[in-house]
Design a protein around this ligand. Structure first.
Ligand SMILES: Cc1ncc(COP(=O)(O)O)c(C=O)c1O
Length: 457
């Protein structure tokens, strides 16, 4: 009988984060100062230091390959890390394809996803820098709850702007945030200039991550004792998540395995990067491994969006980032995978795509819920709607292996559980979910917003 799971002892918890920026064959283009259209200068770094604590700004720009994980962070990681690696032999049996499937279970953290891997160090670096109040946005509520949990452990006030459509779909996430001592409001609000601007144009706006980010950044800039925290997209977030892939390598190694295919779902790119980047380092060094990032057809950032400079938010408050984007004004359809409704993609993940290191694939929400339900019925665990995209990609890879008659070992990131997302399963099981493919005209309309911005290269 196959070994079902691999637990690692606490002594195997990685002591450093891995930075893929040290190993890209071609360096990433720099972010640009929107005021000058130029790479970061002193005034730009100062501006960033008003949004984030300076120690995280420095980490954002580091070219070091390995960054030490502070002892205080390791101490908290130990609550749930190292996370277990499972063999999905039940799913394998159902698929009847020549594949072995493994998954890293990031749903075992207190908030139920990979998000605290970065929430904890971000809260820590803010505290060390003397910050006692943090603002943030949240889509599905996973990030907001992870940051609320982390802030509570470091005695920091946490204020969360939650995308309105998710706020309405997911009342229990808000209650988790409140239980961890945070406050959570539905965005757009009428308490910020950014929110008022959106509401004036569309009082029924379902909100978007871009709008919620603008509100949270505006509130952080309004007070000296406050900084903003982002749960994905930025380099330091990708960095913090690499504990996932480093542990997975040790666990696969313990089984005498190395994956042919590595898969993660991608909203802003962080859980995907966390699992994939340590394997991409091997790929750059010559190892053969296929790396797939799965996104929704309703928000096809990598599969349909150009690689271009764009703002990370709706109201032009962030630097211009080189990334795959659908345009910063893009408001995705209210699909249930709230964490994948973001107009852009992490610059590091986008760069890896343009370098041919990562293959993006898009899946419709009906296909993803079918995949998630199959997973729950064969493996027991109920996945988050975002995670279902990774599972849909796993099933597609297994079907391809079957057609090609090739044996494959697939590793994917099970980014979170769906126990607070059962309303989404209700919609699916009662036949109320719709297919949604973003029409080309809508993409072109959204991309109007970036046509006058500086171009990459
Ligand atoms: C469970 C889960 N998976 C994936 C994501 C997508 O984010 P990222 O691409 O940064 O991992 C989210 C975001 O909220 C999430 O909650």
């Amino acid at each position: 009988m196959a070994q079902k799971k691999v637990f690692l002892g606490e002594e195997f918890l990685p002591k450093q984060w891995y930075n893929l920026n040290a190993d890209f064959p071609t360096p990433m283009p720099p972010p640009l100062n929107p005021a000058t259209g130029q790479p970061p200068d002193d005034s730009f770094v100062e501006h960033m230091g008003n949004i984030f604590p300076m120690n995280l700004v420095e980490q954002e720009m580091t070219g070091e390959r390995w960054v030490d994980i502070p002892e205080e962070v390791l101490g908290i990681y130990k609550i749930w890390r190292p996370s277990p690696l499972y063999r999905a032999d039940g799913l394998e049996k159902m698929l009847d394809a020549p594949v072995k499937i493994y998954f890293k279970n990031e749903g075992v953290s207190p908030p139920g996803s990979h998000k605290p891997n970065t929430a904890v160090p971000q809260a820590y670096y803010n505290k060390v820098f003397g910050i006692n109040r943090i603002t943030t946005e949240t889509g599905a509520g996973q990030w907001g709850s992870a940051l609320s949990f982390a802030c509570q452990l470091f005695d920091i006030e946490c204020h969360v702007y939650m995308v309105k459509v998710s706020f309405q779909q997911k009342p229990y996430r808000r209650l988790m945030m409140m239980t961890w001592g945070a406050d959570c409001v539905a965005s757009p609000t009428d308490t910020t200039e950014a929110g008022r601007k959106v509401l004036a144009e569309n009082p029924d706006s379902p909100g978007s991550l871009g709008i919620a980010i603008s509100e949270a950044v505006e509130m952080a800039l309004a007070r000296d004792d406050t900084r903003y925290s982002l749960g994905s997209v930025l380099n330091h977030v990708m960095l913090h998540q690499t504990v996932i892939g480093q542990e997975a390598k040790l666990q696969m190694d313990a089984l005498g395995e190395y994956p042919d295919v590595v898969i993660g779902c991608a909203g802003g790119g962080s859980n995907f990067a966390g699992l994939a980047f340590p394997f991409i380092a091997d790929k750059i060094a010559g190892k053969e491994v296929q790396v797939i990032a799965a996104e929704p057809t309703s928000c096809p950032t990598m599969t349909k969006g150009p690689y271009a400079y764009d703002f990370g938010d709706n109201n032009h408050m962030t630097p211009l980032l080189p990334m795959h984007t659908l345009g910063h004004n893009f408001v995705p359809a209210p699909i249930h995978a709230g964490g994948l409704r973001y107009h852009g993609m992490a610059p590091m993940v986008s760069h890896a795509v343009t370098q041919g290191l990562v293959e993006p694939q898009a899946f419709d929400q009906i296909a993803t819920f079918n995949a998630g339900v199959s997973f729950a019925r064969t493996e027991g665990f109920i996945p988050a709607p975002e995670t279902n995209h990774a599972i849909a990609a796993v099933i597609a890879a297994a079907e391809q292996a079957k057609q090609e008659g090739k044996e494959k070992t697939i590793l994917f990131n099970w980014s979170g559980h769906g126990l607070v997302d059962l309303a989404a399963y209700d919609a699916f099981l009662s036949g109320n979910l719709t297919r949604y493919e973003l029409p080309q005209e809508e993409i072109e309309r959204a991309l109007e917003a970036i046509k006058d911005l500086p171009k990459i290269g």
